[in-house]
Ligand binder design. Sequence first.
Ligand SMILES: Nc1nc2c(ncn2[C@@H]2O[C@H](COP(=O)(O)OP(=O)(O)OP(=O)(O)O)[C@@H](O)[C@H]2O)c(=O)[nH]1
Ligand SMILES: [K+]
Ligand SMILES: [Mg+2]
Length: 399
Amino acid sequence: MGIIEKIKEIEAEMARTQKNKATEYHLGQLKAKIAKLRTQLLEPPKGSSGAGEGFEVTKYGHGRVALIGFPSVGKSTLLTLLTGTHSEAASYEFTTLTCIPGIIHYNGTKIQLLDLPGIIEGASEGKGRGRQVIAVSKSSDIVLMVLDASKSEGHRQILTKELEAVGLRLNKRPPQIYFKRKKTGGISFNSTGPLTHVDEKLCYQILHEYKIHNAELLFREDATVDDLIDVIEGNRKYMKCIYVYNKIDVIGIDDVDKLARQPNSVVISCNLKLNLDRLLAKMWEAMGLVRVYTKPQGQQPDFSDPVVLSADRGGCSVEDFCNHIHRSLVKEVKYVLVWGMSARHYPQHCGLSHVLQDEDVVQIVKKKEKEGEGKGRFKSHSNDPARISDRVKKAPLKN
Ligand SMILES: Nc1nc2c(ncn2[C@@H]2O[C@H](COP(=O)(O)OP(=O)(O)OP(=O)(O)O)[C@@H](O)[C@H]2O)c(=O)[nH]1
Ligand SMILES: [K+]
Ligand SMILES: [Mg+2]
């Protein structure tokens, strides 16, 4: 029996099983069995890259956004509108057969937008080009789930299920469960508060299913079995997703209003070029990019060419900023001067651990430059980087 058949069989068994206290342990075990099979399903066949032919697109720019959706919802029309790169659009399904990249220029940054073939129910099990499409979406920073506003709301649930089946978690944060495998000592089970979804026995059974007999497990929130399985599997990808309802030109204003009020949603019309600005603004916000302008000593900052950082990819500290410019720069830095949202006063002296915010201006003061630059400008105690970072840590945060 193939993996997919095995999954189907267990799903059928779960559907047959009544949900109650007595079956809780058994259902938990079945969930873990499915999770293990799905992970097997994700392992690329030996000798392949996993992404699939025609889908390998080189990463470009400061971030990557994937367009995911059913066929003919308007993904290609949207790519063409936002990037100027032409992607064939037509009224028949599966017009797009490969991955087509375009670039959005926004707020001085470049964001790679990927048009993809439509996916359908069963995509996670390989229907259509589902596996390749999902592999590409996993490689992106956020997902735009494009939906046809005139079609069933069920499409959003179906797609979410397909993406969840391959380990993507949309608009969720990782469960607050500490889990560490050990060599010996059995299983230590703890929680910081009451647990209403799982108990010790259930967790033991799940761990047993994974043949884990020595581990430390600490629940820091009232998590579920699914959360525990996610933590044990350890291969989940937590991503922001914006639900983009296209074709609002063909539905009534009341329905538009309802869709627009849902969380993480934007309503647009490609045909009428309606609300595309709002979509871009939402996308920008979800990406959480941090632009940092470098200011050479005695000169104006270079506003045309920011260093672009991201908390999700690499971090936003002064150290990350330095590493972006040059790998060996960190060793030469004495401290930096910061202007902008992250600074309490202008300029603020900051150490490597200081976290920068969007549109901050940074001037690097190198160790060997200290004589010329610092002379007479700062009181002697302010010049000591250890003391500076100490004061930053202790200081109360101001708006
Ligand atoms: N009414 C209306 N039609 C639209 C809108 N945007 C796109 N369409 C039409 O929807 C059809 C499908 O558009 P595509 O861009 O090819 O859709 P797709 O999602 O890329 O489709 P596949 O590549 O086949 O998955 C085309 O006939 C478009 O003209 C819109 O805002 N309103
Ligand atoms: K189409
Ligand atoms: Mg298309």
